[in-house]
Design a protein around this ligand. Structure first.
Ligand SMILES: CC/C=C\C/C=C\C/C=C\C/C=C\C/C=C\C/C=C\CCC(=O)SCCNC(=O)CCNC(=O)[C@H](O)C(C)(C)COP(=O)(O)OP(=O)(O)OC[C@H]1O[C@@H](n2cnc3c(N)ncnc32)[C@H](O)[C@@H]1OP(=O)(O)O
Ligand code: TJR
Length: 377
């Protein structure tokens, strides 16, 4: 193990990274709060400011992936579609099987210049995660309770609000609705069987209502659906803790651009279209398992320096005063102050550990775990 790699695995380094993320994130949340009165005067200006503020937070995680861990990302896509990426609004359909799939998504967003503005249909629980969840509120991320009766109206309304968004965005949909586990796969394949649908080997059965409502409400605003299938080389299952430890992964993303006009308007036809799409995605994953790559030409869109520059800026701004504070603390010799500071640091690192826990599949929700009575279908 080289010196740099040894350094990256040190707990002290992780503490400093988390400290910078936590303090800068809370400062950004506070600044976002200050933009509230501006919404009343100029909604579009408030949105543009929030896009840039959000970039300061999410790009830190992108920098950790790209520059700290050195993870590489290869894009498999049609060269004719490539120039359009980042130049139009799009709905992204991505498989939900990895703990850092959202982060790989963010990396591609950054490389095509839409990181600050990008959105998702996210479960409501994520809105309460400090920093990221609070930041999403100002970005107009669409939250759902995963209870269709309650979601149908609120989700449609939130999507309508995005129709006059001032900058290009990608709207991410994990149609499976939850992360892949063997148990959830088994349950969802029972549902597939009861609906007479072919079984999927690598995906859970997609939930179709969120996709339909998104396509319908963004018609005329989004130009295309980007069907995206992600996998990692060497059968790896990357984690956020792995990234913090500086572990390098290699992500492969296969993207097909499908013009929105090609998607049926009728709900049942749209659902059938999505099921067919997932059958195709399953065959791409099978191809990847057999050959170690996706079909078609590849390109590696270069990482941009902005995420690193932003990260270094926050490190300089926040680590210097921390150093001064620590020096003062120890020179004061007050045991009580030292103990209080240690307690505060421990609480903060537990908080960050809890946030990282939100990404861990072992702590995944029970959604999609329950056996569905077969006669329901
Ligand atoms: C060039 C580069 C291109 C791309 C780069 C890639 C990516 C970058 C893009 C953007 C990045 C931007 C941001 C990313 C950042 C962060 C993202 C982070 C978080 C988001 C993650 C989440 O929170 S995922 C969870 C929330 N989202 C969803 O759930 C979406 C999918 N769900 C739906 O659409 C649902 O329909 C619903 C949520 C709208 C409603 O849920 P409900 O449970 O009420 O669903 P349904 O009505 O659908 O359920 C009943 C129907 O489902 C059938 N059923 C029952 N059991 C199952 C089962 N186990 N599996 C499947 N289906 C089941 C049941 O039979 C009913 O069927 P019907 O026929 O009656 O519909
Ligand atoms: C600079 C680097 C700093 C790193 C340290 C700080 C880490 C803070 C991490 C906060 C991450 C919180 C955002 C998580 C987004 C996770 C998206 C996701 O994968 O959600 C799961 C849902 O889709 C489905 O949930 P389940 O039903 O599977 O349950």
């Amino acid at each position: 193990m080289g010196v740099l790699q040894l350094l990256k695995s040190q707990f002290l380094c992780h503490l400093m990274i988390c400290y910078v993320f936590l303090v800068s994130g809370l400062i950004i949340n506070l600044l976002q709060l200050c933009t509230l009165p501006l919404w009343l005067v100029s909604k579009q200006l408030a949105r543009r400011i929030n896009i840039r503020l959000a970039y300061c937070v999410s790009s830190q995680m992108v920098a950790a992936l790209e520059w700290w861990s050195g993870t590489e990302c290869t894009l498999y896509t049609d060269p004719k579609s490539y120039p359009l990426y980042g130049k139009e609004n799009a709905i992204v359909v991505l498989n939900h099987s990895f703990e850092i799939d959202f982060l790989c998504g963010w990396t591609f967003c950054d490389r095509f210049g839409v990181l600050g503005s990008s959105k998702a249909l996210a479960k409501k629980e994520l809105a309460y995660v400090p920093i990221i969840g609070w930041m999403w509120y100002f970005l107009e991320i669409v939250f759902c309770k995963r209870k269709w009766e309650e979601d149908r109206r609120t989700v449609a309304q939130s999507l309508q609000n995005l129709r006059d968004y001032p900058e290009n965005y990608w709207f991410l949909l994990y149609c499976e609705g939850t992360r892949f586990t063997p148990k959830k796969h088994q349950v969802s394949m029972q549902v597939a069987e009861s609906k007479g649908l072919p079984k999927l080997k690598y995906h859970l059965l997609p939930r179709t209502k969120g996709f339909w409502v998104t396509v319908q409400n963004l018609r005329g605003t989004a130009a295309a659906v980007y069907d995206s299938t992600l996998n990692f080389r060497n059968n790896e299952s990357p984690t956020l803790l792995g990234i913090l430890n500086g572990k390098k992964y290699h992500a492969d993303l296969y993207v097909r651009r499908i013009p929105l006009e090609m998607i049926p308007e009728d709900e049942a036809e749209c659902a059938a279209w999505l099921h067919k799409l997932y059958q195709e995605k399953d065959s791409f994953q099978e191809h990847y398992t057999q050959t170690g790559c996706f079909p078609g030409p590849t390109v590696s869109p270069p990482r941009r320096p902005w995420s690193l520059i932003n990260w270094l800026f926050w490190c300089c701004l926040l680590l210097y005063p921390l150093g001064l504070l620590l020096a003062q603390l120890f020179s004061s010799g007050s045991m009580l102050t030292i103990l209080a500071s240690v307690a505060l640091c421990s609480a903060a690192s537990l908080g960050v550990r809890w946030m990282i826990g939100q990404t861990e599949i072992d702590r995944s929700s029970n959604y999609g775990n329950k056996e569905v009575p077969l006669n329901k279908h």
